[in-house]
Write a protein that binds this ligand. Structure first.
Ligand SMILES: [Zn+2]
Length: 165
């Protein structure tokens, strides 16, 4: 159970930002095929929000109805998955979209029978430094992030003359 109020977060590009206005409920990861697809990952990390207490402080998500019971919110500009919504009060938020996801600790996993078969071995993978990544190879150009920072901003995106090439 996570009860700290005023959790904030948003999508990668910063077009959509949110603030949680009530307590957070239980946090979990879901291995079902729909969550795998919606997140483009091995599982969906979600935390419930009590009484639908989420305020959109910049923009709002678009939605895809993944079934007759559930719609999933995402940023139409950058594609970041943001919500899992089942009814007016049944809102869950993607844990990785929070500004401080490390404070929201999953306590259960759903649909483990649908997990990728290597899931339980992932923590044993060989560790590599991020500088080994392909994105930094070749050009010698310094990486410039266009990702929104992990805090609320007054103006976004910043002035192109200052922040973008
Ligand atoms: Zn976005």
């Amino acid at each position: 159970m996570t009860s700290q109020k005023n959790h904030t977060g948003g999508c990668q590009c910063g077009a959509v930002r949110f603030r949680v206005t009530t307590d957070l409920g239980s946090a979990s990861i879901c291995h079902c095929r729909m969550c795998q697809k919606a997140f483009g990952g091995f599982f969906g990390p979600l935390v419930s929000v009590k009484d639908g207490g989420i305020e959109w402080t910049r923009g709002e998500p678009d939605h895809f109805a993944s079934s007759n019971f559930v719609r999933r919110g995402f940023c139409k500009n950058c594609g970041t998955p943001l919500t899992f919504e089942h009814g007016a009060d049944g809102v869950e938020i993607a844990i990785g979209a929070f500004d401080q996801p490390d404070t929201i600790i999953p306590t259960s996993q759903l649909a483990h029978d649908a997990a990728v078969p290597y899931f339980d071995e992932l923590h044993q993978l060989r560790q590599r430094d991020i500088s080994d990544g392909a994105a930094n190879k070749g050009s010698g150009e310094k990486l410039v992030s266009y990702q929104h920072p992990d805090y609320d901003t007054q103006n976004w995106p910043p002035s192109p003359s200052k922040e973008k090439p």
